[in-house]
Design a binder for this molecule. Structure first.
Ligand SMILES: NC(=O)C1=CN([C@@H]2O[C@H](COP(=O)(O)OP(=O)(O)OC[C@H]3O[C@@H](n4cnc5c(N)ncnc54)[C@H](OP(=O)(O)O)[C@@H]3O)[C@@H](O)[C@H]2O)C=CC1
Ligand SMILES: CC(C)(CO)C(=O)C(=O)O
Length: 310
């Protein structure tokens, strides 16, 4: 059933945020996108134009502003990690109702702590999204994957709020699961993403090239990442992860790789850095991940403190 009166704000209407904003808006929901001046203006003038083999091409009208000025029931956070601090200034905590949900869809595992600190434990509902979607221009979104899947979690929020959001997303055409464990959900995604993102970005080849030309490294990295994910609370299975990579299209690229190609900042600290920090905490050896992160971003590893066991 549609939740006609649900008010949704989307911080960062890019590949992920723009697609979800458009899908939700076309069901009739009131959706406000929060972005910089130029993007907000483009969205107000032209709406969000989606090119998608799965949903077909469509344009959705949304509201757009540079700051949250009116209360929203749901705030979807879909900026890159590298822009998170600056972007959050657009969503003042005092503008949120007590029972509003803040739903970050960023890759990585460390951002929920930052958001909890800012918006309060009772509002945070971290989620992961599986999709391949790119913002090709302000308000123009190219959606390539034949699916959009979201895992919602919310150990500290009211379940009926979470269910209401799940209902709205499903109504919009998104496959949704509401899961119990936040760490398990975030680390399950990380276990899949980190090897894919680090290797495709390091070698500049899509998934097909990684799984043939760099197979040995892929296998080693999948095992390292699964060990860290398991120590962090997820049920990661390296054999299943490899089978998933093998089943995906050879031309598939990671969003980190697309960022590297476009010379944008990488989410290296949020993905590779977080993996190494968790490995250190849990005393898991991750030599392949350490080398790849070093090769991709010396400066951040150089400033990392001594005493690592990795
Ligand atoms: N793209 C994908 O397929 C997937 C991405 N993810 C994850 O989702 C998250 C978002 O990625 P993605 O959608 O690709 O990122 P994009 O770069 O496509 O979109 C980010 C959006 O944030 C906006 N933005 C940047 N800085 C600010 C700011 N200070 N204030 C407000 N808005 C800002 C950008 O605005 P502007 O349009 O003006 O540039 C853009 O619309 C990342 O953590 C990524 O790893 C997860 C799964 C798949
Ligand atoms: C692996 C993928 C495409 C899955 O959604 C992703 O999250 C990313 O590349 O950032």
């Amino acid at each position: 059933m549609a939740n006609d009166d649900l008010r949704v704000a989307v911080l960062g209407p890019g590949g992920v945020g723009g697609l979800l904003a458009a899908l939700l808006a076309r069901t009739g929901l009131r959706v406000t996108c929060l972005a910089g001046d130029g993007t907000a203006r483009a969205l107000r003038e032209n709406g969000i134009r989606v090119r998608s083999g799965h949903y077909g091409p469509f344009t959705a009208r949304v509201e757009a502003d540079t700051e949250l000025r009116e209360p929203a029931d749901i705030v979807i956070v879909a900026v890159k990690h590298t822009a998170l601090d600056a972007a959050l200034e657009r969503v003042p905590a005092k503008k949120l109702d007590e029972d509003a949900l803040v739903v970050p869809l960023l890759n990585g595992v460390e951002h929920p702590a930052v958001l909890r600190e800012r918006y309060g434990v009772g509002r945070l509902a971290p989620a992961v999204i599986r999709v391949e979607s790119t913002r090709v221009a302000p308000g123009v979104i190219e959606h390539d994957s034949p699916f959009v899947e979201v895992d919602l979690t919310g150990e500290t929020v009211a379940r009926d709020r979470l269910d209401r959001l799940a209902g709205a997303l499903e109504w919009a055409g998104v496959r949704v699961r509401v899961l119990d464990g936040e760490a398990a959900a975030l680390w399950a995604k990380m276990a899949f993403l980190a090897p894919f993102a680090l290797l495709t970005t390091r070698y500049g080849v899509p998934l097909g090239g990684v799984r043939t030309r760099y197979r040995e490294e892929l296998v080693a990295l999948v095992e390292e990442t699964a060990a860290v994910a398991r120590a962090s609370g997820a049920a990661a299975d390296p054999t299943a992860a490899l089978a998933r990579y093998d089943a995906l299209p050879a031309e598939m690229k990671s969003s980190m790789q697309r960022d590297a190609e476009a010379d944008r900042p990488l989410e290296l600290d949020a993905i590779g850095g977080a993996l190494l920090r968790a490995a250190e905490r849990h005393e898991v050896a991750v030599p392949v991940a350490t080398r790849l992160v070093r090769e991709l971003g010396w400066s951040f590893l150089d400033s990392w403190g001594p005493g690592r066991t990795v």
